[in-house]
Design a binder for this molecule. Structure first.
Ligand code: PSV
Ligand code: MN
Length: 402
């Protein structure tokens, strides 16, 4: 790579290979009307039905070429459980997609007021387990590998919860769930430091998620949602540790300024996302193997157009992955070994500063994709059509949890 800001032939190839490999899953819920806890501003084009969410995801994939799968939330997308599987599979196929990770919902029903797997009531814990087992069955029928679990469990006031008992109930519940997975399924355990609970959260950080995943069984891994950390936490170090432990299962990508803001990837701190992609690329170079990690977007946009913000996210991911592919890992490793600090750091800074847009356009041209996905979307008429079709229907104010 030259450090002058443009991309040479060798680098062009590296960018192309990295983009060929990039698969980033779209969240069905990112196309629906969502809001803050203070209210929501409705968008006439927002998807209401599962079929509409999948159709919108299909648009993003058709324009960017990087999103062949769509993540589904069971309660929102398959409210009739296994009875919805056939239709969801059919619609996904019609839009050139396949169902991706399956997300049980353990936070919306009234029963979960005091938790799911950590609930003091054995009956509620059983209910959580049954719902997750049903979600695993849905995943098997849809051909999805990952059951992606986020538990909102926690408490709001000191002394109100038996933290150790809840930990034990989680261990029991997750092991039982793991026991009912098919051999090729994975259980992804997501952590979050706070919200909705504001005193303690049962799976609050990557260490807790790691312990639970290890105890659950060999098919469990940790899922890193980039918005689920305290300010200033070094997320790429967590990524590097989980990679070295063979325990990084997937990501929920988004950006944030304050807490779990669910903002567009790279909109606040693109260098942070670049450093994550770099740690993965560096690991792959060093180990000579591909990291088996599910990349999923977990964002909800209240004010930006939903499809446009997904296109923005995916093109940003493509750019950051391309930049990370430009780091000369061999030279970096030798600079690190020699403790040549400035030289080592400069490899990252140079790659990040590189204008990868021409290389990405070449890749798009070679794949028959629009050179400018956002422009193609704006010219394509899809938004105008769905706005006409969807506006004013019953249910268009319905919301998923954001
Ligand atoms: C919780 O904040 C979370 O990150 C979980 O992944 C949920 O499934 C998702 O958001 C819902 O938007
Ligand atoms: Mn998430």
């Amino acid at each position: 790579m030259r450090s002058s800001g443009d991309v040479d032939v060798n680098a062009l190839e590296r960018v192309g290979q990295a983009l060929d490999r990039l698969r980033i899953e779209l969240p069905s819920w990112g196309f629906a009307n969502t809001g803050t806890r203070f209210g929501k501003y409705l968008q006439p084009a927002a998807a209401v039905t599962t079929a509409e969410k999948i159709a919108d995801a299909g648009q993003v994939h058709a324009l960017t070429g990087s999103c062949p799968t769509v993540a589904l939330h069971v309660l929102w997308d398959l409210p009739r459980g296994l009875d919805d599987v056939g239709e969801v599979a059919r619609v996904a196929q019609a839009h050139g997609l396949t169902p991706g990770s399956i997300n049980p919902n353990l936070f919306q029903d009234q029963e979960y007021k005091h938790g799911s797997f950590g609930n003091p009531s054995a009956a509620v814990r059983e209910r959580a387990l049954a719902h997750c087992r049903q979600s695993a069955a849905i995943a098997r029928h849809l051909g999805s590998r990952d059951l992606s679990l986020w538990c909102a469990d926690g408490s709001n006031y000191p002394g109100t919860a038996n933290i150790r008992a809840r930990k034990r109930w989680f261990e029991e519940g997750l092991s039982a769930l793991h026991g009912s997975l098919a051999p090729d399924q994975r259980l992804l355990v997501e952590y979050k430091p706070f919200e909705p609970a504001f005193y303690h959260t049962d799976i609050a950080d990557w260490g807790m998620a790691l312990l639970f995943a290890r105890r659950a069984g060999p098919q469990a891994r940790v899922l890193v949602d980039t918005g689920h950390h305290y300010q200033a936490q070094n997320i790429e170090q967590i990524v590097a540790w989980l990679l070295s432990e063979g325990m990084l299962g997937g990501f929920h990508f988004n950006d944030r300024r304050y807490a779990d803001d669910d903002l567009t990837l790279g909109s606040i701190d693109p260098y942070q996302a670049f450093r994550i992609f770099h740690e993965i690329a560096f690991f792959e170079w060093e180990s000579g193997s591909r990291a088996d990690i599910a990349y999923v977007i977990d964002q909800s946009h209240n004010l930006k157009g939903k499809i446009e913000s997904m296109i923005q996210t995916v093109t940003q991911a493509q750019a950051l992955v391309a930049k990370a592919a430009l780091v000369d890992c061999e030279a970096l490793a030798s600079a690190q070994k020699a403790a040549d600090l400035v030289r080592a750091e400069t490899f990252l800074q140079d790659a990040f500063a590189c204008d990868v847009r021409p290389a990405i356009r070449e890749w798009r041209a070679a794949k028959g994709l629009p050179l400018d996905p956002m422009d193609a979307f704006r010219q394509g008429g899809y938004l105008e059509r769905v706005t006409r079709e969807r506006a004013g229907r019953p249910g268009s104010d319905a919301s998923a949890y954001a």
